[in-house]
Design a binder for this molecule. Structure first.
Ligand SMILES: Cc1ncc(COP(=O)(O)O)c(C=O)c1O
Length: 476
């Protein structure tokens, strides 16, 4: 059966497969239209009564199909505004932390790590900040500015980072960047100005960040990670390569979730101080710690040797492309020059909106709300994993005290990562693979990474059901 109806003025052609049940057929046709992008995010669907009449189905059938797609995250039902296509684009970039690859298709259950829930974006509060900031902005906001970024944002950040993360910063020490990835690129360029730098990065760690360092002309060597975080005790020791910088995630190691042990923090700072060396502190999700006080930044203990980098990618969303470096003073001029050569400076209007958002404490309020939301999700994930009675047993869950992902270590007797990923692919569940995070492939511990931030609130329980089915299917 093939039907068309107008959705907000747009005609949509639907193919209902006569061989499938009516409700299933309608679900499949809607899913296909959303995946193909023919039904765009925020497109409004017809009222159930009208669609039922047009397709010759009962209203209950249409309602059941809508409910199912709401549960799966394809649709959103809002009191008073009907049913709309959820804000999931038909196609999205792949796992941001795996090796870079082609653009892939949006999975039905998106448990890839590295992304917050895009539907949690505080649209109303952001609009108020943007309106206020643009209303107050002088004409210079619309021309080229300081390569370090807007003074309003640097001032707001200096206060915020000192208060919440123990970072020692004055506004003139901050360089606003297009997210963490540009901060890393700029730091790599500056470190390699006279000769290619050698930078140690965590193993396992973020594959894309290794690529970025190499792309900007420096060399990467692995620093192993154990249950006390990165092995900073090895730095400068016999057998460890001579490196000029270490890039690491001390508050919540990516992807193992370990916190850098106090002794290791001391070893890191001693190593950096004993030579002209730099620590690149990646504080990508330091705001989201659930069970105790946040771990303060290392930068506060060694501001002359640490480039502290933060980002809004986890708190507000990666689409904003806003991050910051709090740099040691001797790096400020070269960093500002590198930024100017890259792109003059980061886009100003978003910076002004964020400055207002932070200064009015809307950022604090938003982070507090998100912390509760993600903690609930984390607790739900743990409860689900604990209540499973089926094989495989012996799953170890790591890194759940903070952040938006958990690492599930797989038992040595199997299943393997590939078994779990195959079972996940068969159920349209997307997960991260620990294997992609090692510097070199080999006989490594096996694990999968579950990002519990990404699905919207409606879709999360269904994603957890699907994950449970994946693990149940992986038994011996
Ligand atoms: C380990 C790690 N570093 C950095 C980032 C942020 O990168 P960016 O600010 O470039 O979006 C993320 C975010 O997803 C991350 O997981």
């Amino acid at each position: 059966m093939s039907e068309s109806w107008p959705t907000s003025g747009v005609d949509l052609h639907l193919e209902l497969d006569p061989a499938t049940g009516r409700r299933t057929g309608l679900e499949q046709a809607l899913r296909a239209a959303i995946q193909a992008g023919r039904l765009a995010p925020r497109a409004r669907l017809p009222a159930t009564r009208r669609l039922a009449a047009e397709l010759g189905l009962s209203r209950g059938t249409v309602k059941a199909a809508y409910d199912q797609l709401v549960a799966e995250g394809y649709l959103t039902a809002r009191q008073g505004s009907g049913t709309v296509v959820a804000g999931l684009p038909g196609r999205q970039a792949g796992d941001p932390h795996g090796p870079s690859g082609p653009v892939d298709v949006q999975p039905r259950h998106d448990l890839r790590p590295g992304r917050p829930d895009p539907s949690a974006f505080p649209t109303a509060a952001w609009l108020r900040s943007a309106r206020r900031a643009l209303g107050a902005a002088s004409a210079d906001a619309y021309t080229y500015g300081d390569p370090r970024g807007r003074i309003e944002l640097r001032t707001a950040l200096a206060g915020y980072l000192g208060r919440t993360r123990g970072v020692l910063a004055s506004p003139d020490q901050i360089v606003i960047t297009n997210g963490y990835v540009q901060a890393l690129a700029l730091l790599t360029r500056v470190l390699g100005e006279s000769a290619p730098a050698v930078i140690a990065t965590e193993d396992p760690g973020v594959a894309f960040h290794r690529e970025v360092i190499r792309h900007h002309g420096s060399q990467v060597v692995p620093i192993p990670v154990d249950d006390r975080g990165a092995r900073t005790d090895l730095l400068g020791g016999p057998g460890f390569p001579r490196v000029g910088a270490v890039e690491l995630t001390p508050a919540h190691q990516y992807p193992t979730g370990r916190t850098l042990d106090p002794e290791r923090r001391r070893a890191l700072v001693d190593w950096a101080r004993s030579g002209d060396r730099l620590v690149i502190e990646n504080d990508y999700d330091g705001e989201f710690r659930y069970d105790r006080q946040p771990i303060g930044a290392i930068q506060g203990t060694a501001p002359d040797h640490v480039a502290y980098v933060g980002t809004v990618s986890k708190t507000l969303g990666p689409a904003l492309r806003l991050g910051w470096i709090v740099a040691p003073r001797h790096l400020l001029r070269p960093l500002a020059e590198a930024k100017r050569h890259h792109d003059h400076h980061t886009e100003s209007l978003g910076q002004l909106a964020l400055a207002d958002f932070i200064a009015r404490h809307a950022y604090d309020r938003h982070i507090r709300a998100c912390r509760l939301r993600y903690k609930r999700r984390r607790d739900l994930l743990l409860a689900r994993l604990r209540s499973r009675s089926r094989p495989p047993s012996g799953l170890a869950v790591h890194g759940i005290a903070a952040g938006l992902h958990a690492l599930i270590g797989l038992p040595s007797g199997g299943p393997t990562e590939q078994d779990v990923l195959d079972a996940a692919a068969a159920r349209d569940v997307a997960l991260g693979r620990l294997g992609d995070r090692w510097h070199e492939p080999g006989d490594r511990p096996q694990g999968v990474i579950v990002g519990f931030g990404t699905p919207n609130e409606h879709a999360y329980p269904a994603a957890l059901d699907a994950l449970t089915r994946v693990l149940d299917a992986c038994g011996p």
